[in-house]
Design a protein around this ligand. Sequence first.
Ligand code: SAH
Length: 212
Amino acid sequence: MRLRNVTGSREVIAACDYVIHNPQECKGKWKEVFGNDHPIRIEIGMGKGRFIMDLARLNPNMNFVGIEKYSSVLIRGIQKLEADPLPNLYFIRMEAEEITSVFDTGEVNRIYLNFSDPWPKDRHAKRRLPSREFLQRYNEILIPDGVIEFKTDNHDLFRFALEELEPAGWQLKQMTEDLHHDEEMMRDNVMTEYEERFSSKGNPIYKYVIAR
Ligand code: SAH
């Protein structure tokens, strides 16, 4: 997702209290950042942030961090958060490849990947957020029994993500190829912006939950 020409978005982000501006300095200190020791859950590639904001609102006893690469997208989340502040949610503008310089071993309780960019060319496979390279990074920051939840409407990306599990040492805990018709996996489902868009077109939504 890239909204072009959102003028001044970097300046607005720089002035925003809901954005962590020096995330590397928070590594190992996230409890201090939130002022409590509640579990920390993160969404990587949050887009405009609807999912992570809804989760934070529904779970006041947990902390959330939304990560997004582009200022022009993040700004939309900031505008929503400023209208409806949440004490248990921060945003970071960063490239997810740097994630291990922001969170220490076991500092993250759960990771959400929603409608990640497919990077369809083979030579870009390492950039896919459910790739083995990224799974290794998640391995470093997640608690031992932590899980990753991944949703997408892209069949090729989902198949790729499943194939990455074994070589990276992860195990499938739950899986559906049609989330919106899977009663059990839909029970606590929180819709993302992309999920609403694609499911309303009739696309099936794929989801897995994995652990080590
Ligand atoms: N999760 C949202 C948005 C999906 S679009 C939803 O489901 O509605 C994917 C988003 O991930 C885009 O906004 C894109 O900029 C962001 N993204 C993709 N690769 C990223 C990376 N390596 N680091 C940080 N953000 C990334």
